[in-house]
Design a protein around this ligand. Sequence first.
Ligand code: FMN
Length: 251
Amino acid sequence: MEMNAIEVMKNHRSIRRFTEERVSKELLEEIVECGTRASNTGNMQLYSVIATEEEPLRSELCGLHFGQCASAPLFLTICTDVYRYHRYCRVNGCDEPYGNLLWLLSALVDASLFAQNLCIAAEAKGLGFCHLGTVMYNTEKIAELLKCPKGVVPVITLAMGHPAEEGRLSERLGTDAVMHSEVYHDPTDEEIVKMHEVRDNDPFNQQMVKENGTRNYCEIFTTKRYPREQNEAISADLLAFLRKSGITVNG
Ligand SMILES: Cc1cc2nc3c(=O)[nH]c(=O)nc-3n(C[C@H](O)[C@H](O)[C@H](O)COP(=O)(O)O)c2cc1C
C-alpha cells in the first residue's frame, strides 16, 4: 500500500536492519526517477547516484562504513558531480568553470534535494533506509572503490532495503525552535533549554546518557560521537581530497 507524501514524512524513521529481499530494478529506477524530479541548480543536475548491490563490492563498501547496516542489500552513494557537466562543456567547446566552492555547495544542495525526494518515494513504496554519515569519514577510499572520476565527490550514503524492523519515531524540536518570524530571533538561554527539553527529557535519550556516563545528552555528541579533534581531522582529509579532485575551496 502506498502512503501519501504528508503521511510518509510524518512517519519517517531510520531503518537499520533489512530482510534478504533485494530491491527490484523497477522499484530502484522509480525512486531514482522521483529523485531526479527535485528542483536543482539551473536544471544542471549536478549529482550522481551509484547503486551497489553485488558482492564483494557491497561488503567492501559496507566495510568502509565500519560495518553499519550490514544486512542492507543496497547501498546508494550520492555524489556531487561537476565532472559530467564539465564533460558536456568540453564536447560543446565551452569553458569548464564549476570546480570551486560555489559549485560544490550548489551541487550539494542538488544532491540533497535529489536524495530526499528519493527517500520519500522509497518510504512511500515500503522500503526503509538509513543515512550513513560515515561517507564523510572515508570519502577518498569510497570514491576510489566506486571508481569516481575527479570532480565526483561522495556526500550522502543510504543503506536501503525492505525493513526487518519497525524503527522508532524519534523526537524533534518543535517548529517554534526552528522557525523565525520575519527576522532571526536570538533565543535566551532559558528558551534554548526549553526548546531542547523534548530531546533532553526523552526516555530513550536519557537511557543513552546513562549508558555513556556523560553529564547530559549534549555531551554525548561533543565528547563521544562527534568530538572536536575528530571533526578537525576529518575536515583536513576532506579538504585534501577535494583539492585532489580538482575542486578549489580555499583559494
Ligand atoms: C547526514 C546523516 C548522517 C547520518 N549518519 C548515520 C550513521 O552513520 N549511522 C546511523 O546509524 N544513523 C545515521 N543517521 C541517521 C540519524 O541518526 C537519524 O536520521 C536521526 O537520529 C533521526 O532519526 P530518524 O531518522 O529515525 O527520524 C544519519 C542521518 C543523516 C541525515
